[in-house]
Ligand binder design. Structure first.
Ligand SMILES: Cc1cc2nc3c(=O)[nH]c(=O)nc-3n(C[C@H](O)[C@H](O)[C@H](O)COP(=O)(O)OP(=O)(O)OC[C@H]3O[C@@H](n4cnc5c(N)ncnc54)[C@H](O)[C@@H]3O)c2cc1C
Length: 302
């Protein structure tokens, strides 16, 4: 399978855009605001909360950074005026992190103040390792303005346990995920079992310290294991939520969690940057190619 995935990744750039769209479309909640908002309304009706992400990262000019910040700020207005159950997830490189600390900080503060105005929440996604430390510094800056800001820790990073221990307290809101970027073995686990073990420890320690944990991912072993642990340890339902990416087919598991009064949040990416995002994600995580083919065959052959 690894060989097939790697081969597919080599040939992806030669495929027509329409062909890539076939793979990407189940994972993208539309191109326009209206398409995304109707997807969100639909998800809310089914009992899901959402977190909305405008696709894109590593923007190159301050003008673009300002425009994206405005678009995000307007989304808080839309969420409020339509009474949606949702918040925003942003990538700091999408609002100017590559252009300098002052630019990204200014834009982050604008969004934090907008979240505060609407009593909403802002999540800072975690990008690859060169950005980790600065993301934590910026997260602390945002916290000075408004407590409803959260961050992400990646279970494959060796440093995440130290970061958790330094940050976790009763007001800490953290998404734990495995980590999507390719990282060096010097700083990150590559072994599937080790990543799972670290993921479990991070979630458990975070919860034991009284933090709010977003248990993000689609690994049913981890979801079941942690849900059992949560029940065995009488962890309050107000202290955690499950989070999944839009389009990953696991409706049965998620609906069961919702029926048992757990919060399930769907990460909803949208926008016209779908092509670069999809191709980059496919390259970053060859396993995605396998999942996508598996789903297409499942849809065709039942
Ligand atoms: C809500 C959310 C937010 C995230 N935020 C970040 C972030 O800020 N930074 C970061 O580095 N990473 C982030 N990630 C990505 C995360 O780190 C993992 O790379 C991603 O979740 C894949 O790991 P997994 O948990 O699905 O486990 P895996 O072991 O990769 O997959 C478990 C099973 O899930 C199924 N599956 C997984 N993905 C798909 C798919 N796309 N289509 C179909 N089936 C699939 C497969 O059947 C697979 O066997 C986020 C993930 C989620 C769900």
């Amino acid at each position: 399978m690894k060989l097939i995935n790697n081969l597919l990744i080599q040939i992806i750039p030669f495929f027509p855009k329409s062909f890539i769209k076939l793979f990407a479309s189940p994972y993208i909640a539309g191109i326009t605001d209206d398409e995304m908002l109707s997807t969100v309304e639909n998800l809310n009706t089914k009992g899901y909360d959402v977190t909305i992400d405008i696709l894109g990262e590593h923007i190159k000019t301050e003008k673009e950074a300002t425009e994206i910040t405005e678009r995000y700020a307007n989304l808080y207005d839309e969420i409020s005026s339509r009474s949606l159950q949702g918040n925003l997830s942003i990538k700091l490189t999408h609002i100017g992190q590559d252009l300098g600390y002052d630019i990204v900080k200014k834009n982050l503060i604008i969004l934090t103040e907008k979240a505060k105005k609407h009593y909403n929440f802002l999540r800072l996604d975690m990008e690859n390792s060169p950005y980790t430390s600065e993301t934590i510094v910026l997260y602390k800056e945002a916290l000075k303005i408004y407590p409803n800001v959260g961050i992400v820790l990646q279970a494959y990073m060796h440093r995440s346990m130290d970061d958790l221990n330094a940050l976790a307290n009763k007001n800490f809101n953290c998404r734990i995920c495995k980590g999507i970027y390719i990282e060096s073995e010097d700083i990150a686990y590559s072994d599937y079992k080790k990543i799972r073990e670290n993921y479990i420890k991070l979630v458990q320690i975070g919860l034991q310290k009284g933090s709010y944990i977003g248990i993000a991912g689609h690994d049913e072993y981890l979801i079941n294991h942690l849900y059992q642990w949560i029940q065995d340890n009488n962890i309050s339902k107000t202290q955690y939520e499950f989070q999944v990416l839009y389009g990953v087919p696991m409706e049965k598991t998620l609906q069961k969690l919702i029926q048992e009064d757990n919060k399930v949040r769907v990460y909803v990416p949208y926008g016209d940057n779908w092509y670069d995002y999809s191709v980059r994600r496919l390259k970053e995580n060859p396993k995605m190619v396998g999942y996508i083919f598996k789903n297409i065959f499942k849809n065709i052959f039942g």
